[in-house]
Write a new protein. Structure first.
Length: 567
């Protein structure tokens, strides 16, 4: 009887203790837990071969499917799904942001309507009570009571929490809630398996993750194959569109552009990029339809016409064997450019019209527009240079040089490298106009600015002006440099031999001519200059033999030399 009584007492005590534990748990379960638990889900990611890659917990933060969780499962993932609190499976549409250092990701789920949880507006303080809310499918939600042991502030706005709890094996990504039922963090288990404490990264930090135009360069973004969301800001989205062209393969880039068009239907850039993709596939009729859509749908009509004109112009400038789409002509490009300027009279649209007119050979009309632009907000050395090209085509050397003077005059001495192209252009124009020493002066200025980039053609051009300007010593130095930089180029070696003959340096001319013959035995120049140098240095027998050989090879300059020196 005593044993039975003792046994009965033990059972009674055990029952009472169990009942007390149950009531304590229920008492500790906050009133908001049932609703909040509906926002928690399991995230599963899959590799390219379809095998399960990783599984973790996450939580919805907006009704339209925005969610946050751990980033790690996304590394190398080809596909991701979430299983919500009702057991339904939804596909992860795209990543909206990621941070590898704090192991958090923000993404969008293709769900009709999500049960969203509220993000805490304030940080949890040390010692405050919190609750960890694990994933629970179709079951009564359970909470794990814990407390904030300590926290570290990062990025000035957010906290990284040390959570004190007696529970173990808490799923990574589980939300940590404050007493108002707001999420303050996402669980990140301690690396010390013997320690009961866990860590939680700020939920507001994860919720505020977003993409920008340079996100494609982020290693965390590059490490996943999940689609990347398009930034909500149009400027960031446009930059992303530009970067994506080189970051993605063709089909993935095409899909991205289509998503851009869907998100920003009033931006002409999406349609223009689809047109470029079609052009790369030589589908010009399809490309034209996209450009027409850009004009129809784009909020900036002038820019849409400008893009249309630019696309057609580039098409017309390409090689003839690829021009198979009859509607795209320079007249079509001109019409679009003029429509752009008519819609919004900006200088850049007038510049495009001038460029097309120049391409059509309408140099007077193009020149008039460029002259107008010299008094516009586009006034620059480039505009003066473009105007000078129009005058050059009309053989108006005086106006051509005057415009090049204006281009160079926009830069102050000592010149910066930005002036170099215009100094070079003026040097060439001065040479053509017979102003050889002025040409050399410009070549010298250019050479000072571009000393590290000077090549054999530059030294040859300057040598030509120096010879014409009777600056023989400088000319010899420059042609030597050209030969040094391009020892296999017969043009420079022939020029050197000719110059040496001209300045009566016959011994050196003979050496240069022999080098030329060795380099190009089937060309007549080497024999001609060798014969001339030998004849003029009184070796008339050998000289005549080489002159005759050059003549037999078709060199017409030989007879002129012989008429001058053998009579």
């Amino acid at each position: 009887m005593k044993k039975i009584l003792i046994s009965y007492k033990r059972k009674t005590i055990a029952f009472i203790l169990a009942f007390m534990a149950l009531t304590t748990t229920n008492a500790q379960t906050p009133s908001w837990a049932a609703k909040a638990a509906k926002s928690v889900f399991t995230l599963k990611t899959f590799a390219t071969d379809g095998s399960l890659l990783a599984s973790t917990t996450g939580v919805f933060i907006t009704e339209d499917g925005e969610a946050i969780s751990s980033y790690t499962p996304f590394r190398g993932a080809q596909k991701a799904v979430v299983i919500d609190a009702t057991g339904k499976e939804w596909t992860v549409e795209n990543l909206m942001g990621a941070n590898e250092m704090y192991d958090v990701a923000k993404f969008r789920v293709q769900t009709k309507k999500a049960n969203a949880i509220n993000i805490a507006e304030s940080q949890a303080t040390d010692g405050s009570e919190v609750w960890i809310l694990p994933y629970s499918a179709n079951k009564k939600p359970g909470t794990i009571k814990a407390s904030v042991k300590s926290g570290e502030t990062f990025m000035e706005l957010y906290r990284y929490y040390n959570i004190q709890t007696t529970a173990s094996n808490i799923e990574n990504g589980s939300p940590v809630m404050n007493d108002k039922g707001e999420i303050i963090g996402l669980i990140q288990p301690s690396s010390n398996t013997k320690q009961a404490d866990a860590y939680a990264v700020s939920a507001p930090f994860a919720a505020n993750l977003k993409l920008n135009g340079l996100s494609f360069n982020d290693p965390a973004i590059q490490a996943t194959n999940i689609d990347i969301a398009i930034p909500s800001d149009i400027n960031d989205a446009l930059l992303t569109l530009f970067v994506a062209r080189n970051a993605f393969k063709t089909q993935k880039y095409t899909d991205y552009v289509r998503r851009f068009v869907k998100q920003f239907p009033e931006s002409a850039d999406g349609y223009v990029n689809l047109a470029r993709i079609a052009i790369s596939n030589e589908s010009y009729e399809e490309a034209d339809k996209y450009l027409q859509q850009a004009v129809k749908m784009g909020s900036n009509k002038a820019d849409a016409h400008y893009q249309y004109a630019q696309t057609v112009l580039q098409y017309c400038l390409q090689s003839n064997d690829k021009k198979t789409f009859a509607p795209w002509t320079l007249d079509k490009a001109l019409a679009e450019a003029r429509e752009a300027y008519k819609t919004e009279p900006q200088s850049v649209y007038m510049q495009q019209e001038a460029q097309i007119l120049y391409t059509q050979g309408k140099y007077d009309e193009a020149g008039d527009l460029y002259m107008k632009l010299t008094n516009s907000d586009l006034r620059s050395a480039d505009i003066f240079y473009a105007a000078s090209l129009c005058k050059a085509q009309k053989k108006d050397t005086v106006q051509q040089l005057a415009l090049l003077d204006s281009a160079v005059a926009l830069y102050n001495k000592p010149y910066l490298k930005e002036a170099a192209p215009f100094l070079l252009a003026r040097a060439q124009a001065r040479h053509d106009a017979g102003k050889y020493r002025l040409a050399v002066a410009d070549y010298n200025e250019y050479g000072t600015l571009m000393v590290a980039q000077l090549d054999a053609p530059f030294y040859y051009m300057r040598e030509q002006s120096e010879v014409a300007g009777r600056l023989y010593q400088q000319a010899l130095s420059d042609i030597d440099k050209a030969v040094e930089l391009a020892p296999q180029a017969t043009l420079y070696l022939a020029e050197k031999a000719a110059l040496l003959v001209r300045v009566a340096m016959y011994k050196e001319a003979i050496e240069a001519s022999q080098q030329l013959i060795t380099l190009a035995p089937d060309e007549s120049d080497g024999y001609y200059f060798l014969g001339a140098a030998q004849w003029l240095s009184d070796n008339k027998k050998d000289g005549m033999a080489n002159l005759q050989k050059a003549k037999q090879m078709g060199n017409t300059a030989v007879q002129i030399f012989m008429d001058r020196h053998t009579k």
